[in-house]
Ligand binder design. Structure first.
Ligand code: ZN
Ligand code: ZN
Length: 359
């Protein structure tokens, strides 16, 4: 099963040549031999041999042709292993409003071949995408970030929106950013464009007009359907406390179905949308931790979010092949306790989501 990105080992692979060179260098030093002393210290034939070895080492340290793109870890269903076409879930941010350096703001990518579909734009979204792209998932290169589905207008899910509108365009995105989201999203991006009017004007004067700065905004409703060659995406109306509009999204890729909950109290609509889906990415809080909070805070979170016990009940009915926990609210529990709390009530496959994890 997936989980930890195998590409985290990549930085070590390129060091083998360097380590070999260092070993030989130390061996030469031990013999009291340097390139300059070589011809005096040993015979011409031996020197030639050593020089050849030395040059070979130096060549080994030269940057060679780029290594082939790494294969991502296998996905959980095993139905498709072709990295060019399979549907993957890559978590870019598994956090909350709490500025935890291990967990960037909420953002999930559904990647189908060379296309990336983002759900939410929490703080850090573009840089997390760049990190995953640098490790070999080219669909997440900043210039390819051209579609985002916003679940609701809470700040932790939208603070990265200006970043997503501007940064990929600055570095060369050539197509407009498509923004799908709840009613109010059009106003939000319009205000963001107004806020960055000076930046946009100066860049346009210096760089010329670029389509990468343009936006195509769609305010979704329960009946909205997004379709392109790779996916069909359907919004799922969910209950998130006093928000009038909050959505999860169901992605139907060529080989897998992925449902992303967004922020929500337990939702029958999500159960129906999943119905045996491949991956359900769902928010969760620790029930034991919540009990330690003041009553008013408890009431807030009970109206806005889903406890581990509630998620266990929900998952039994939704029957995902893999349940991925994100937007973790431990409220003082450890993450291990939060996971154990859920597993006490749910026997299906479940993992604690991690930033840059591939599922
Ligand atoms: Zn949130
Ligand atoms: Zn929220």
């Amino acid at each position: 099963m997936v989980r930890k990105p195998g590409y985290l080992w990549l930085p070590f692979a390129g060091r083998i040549g360097s380590v070999t060179a260092l070993w030989l260098s130390l061996a030469f030093r031990t013999l009291g031999t340097t390139m300059g002393e070589c011809t005096e210290a040993i015979s011409g034939a031996a020197c030639l041999l050593l020089c050849t070895a030395w040059v070979a080492c130096e060549v080994a340290q030269e940057p060679g042709p780029p290594a082939p793109a790494p294969r991502d870890p296998p996905v959980s269903t095993g139905r498709s292993t072709d990295p060019d076409t399979r549907t993957r879930v890559i978590l870019l941010g598994t956090g909350t409003p709490i500025p935890d350096p291990r967990r960037a703001g909420p953002a999930t990518a559904v990647v189908v071949g060379s296309r990336a579909y983002l759900v939410d734009a929490g703080p850090g979204v573009v840089r997390r995408a760049a990190e995953v792209a640098a490790a070999g998932v080219s669909a997440l290169k900043p210039t390819g970030l051209a579609r985002v589905f916003v679940t609701h207008l809470h700040s932790d899910h939208t603070v990265g929106l200006a970043d997503l509108m501007l940064t990929p365009a600055v570095v060369g995105r050539s197509t407009p950013l498509q923004v799908m989201g709840p009613p109010g999203i059009a106003d939000m991006v319009e205000h963001l464009q107004a806020a960055y009017a000076v930046d946009l004007q100066v860049r346009a004067e210096v760089e010329g007009a670029s389509a990468g700065y343009r936006l195509q905004v769609t305010e979704v409703g329960a009946g909205t359907v997004y379709r392109d060659e790779a996916v069909t995406v359907r919004p799922i109306r969910v209950q998130h406390g006093s928000f009038q509009h909050a959505f999860g999204y169901r992605f139907e890729g060529p080989d897998r179905v992925v449902v992303v909950s967004g922020d929500t109290a337990p939702s029958d609509a999500l159960i129906q949308a999943c119905s045996g889906c491949d991956v359900l990415v769902h928010e969760v809080y620790c029930e034991a931790g919540l009990r330690t909070l003041p009553a008013s805070v408890r009431a807030y979170h009970e109206a806005f979010h889903t406890s581990s016990r509630q998620l266990a009940q929900l998952a039994k009915r939704a029957r995902p092949r893999l349940l991925v926990l994100t937007h973790l609210l431990p409220f003082g529990c450890s993450e291990a306790e939060l996971l154990a709390e859920l597993r006490r009530n749910y026997g299906g496959e479940v993992v604690l989501g991690e930033d840059k994890g591939v599922y």
